[in-house]
Design a protein around this ligand. Structure first.
Ligand SMILES: NC(=O)CC[C@H](N)C(=O)O
Length: 203
């Protein structure tokens, strides 16, 4: 583990925008490393779980021997931030998953996979981000076959919603030092969500 002034944040390096997340974290002033093995997981102060395809990430995590170590680390309080498929991986329950889909769990939410529709339904929206632990701000969010949160448990804070024709959709949640967003902040060039996560890791 690092001292508070020199945090090392891991980026789960099985699939997705690993390089982009690492670059964003470095811009936030922390060290960022790829995590693909249990020994690497043991070295980090926090973990980012990129988007991609949650079924594939679950399978690869099993193949790389990371499923149980990550579940155990989250239970032991490792801070984590999941984006898009990463949000699905951190959810305690999924709607629309495959029968044998493997996740890490940790956040007491039900997440609807592909909630906004298929690839054609990818979109951008300015999201009003209002976390309790930080001043609110507008964030230009990109959603790609994104999930949304259908139900939240008692200990879960809703940090952002978007409104579509069906009503308000929850797209950012936090439980303790676990954070999840439906969207991909690593491709915007705007580091504020990563900064929020770094703040949570430091807290
Ligand atoms: N951009 C993404 O991460 C898409 C998530 C994908 N639809 C899934 O189910 O995992």
């Amino acid at each position: 583990m690092s001292t508070p002034s020199s945090l090392t944040i891991g980026v789960l390096a099985l699939q997705g925008d690993v390089r982009e997340h690492r670059a964003m974290l470095e811009q936030c002033g922390v060290s960022a490393v790829g995590v693909r093995r249990p020994e690497e997981l043991a070295q980090v102060d926090g973990l980012v779980i990129p988007g991609g395809e949650s079924t594939t990430i679950g399978k690869l995590a099993g193949i790389f021997g990371l499923l149980e170590p990550i579940r155990a680390a989250l239970r032991d309080g490792l801070p984590a931030y999941g984006t898009c498929a990463g949000m699905i991986m951190l959810a305690d329950a999924i709607e629309g998953g495959t029968a044998d889909q493997q996740t890490f769990g940790g956040i007491d939410v039900v997440v609807r996979r592909n909630g906004f529709g298929r690839q054609v339904d990818s979109f951008e929206a300015v999201v009003d981000f209002s976390p309790s632990w930080h001043d609110h701000f507008d964030y230009p969010a990109t959603f790609i076959r994104a999930p949304y949160v259908e139900k939240v448990g008692d200990g879960v804070e809703v940090a952002a919603t978007v409104t579509d024709e069906q009503g308000d959709r929850i797209v950012a949640v936090r439980q303790g030092r676990l954070l999840a967003t439906s969207f991909h902040p690593e491709i915007t060039g705007d580091t504020r969500i990563h900064e929020l996560f770094v703040e949570l890791v430091r807290s």
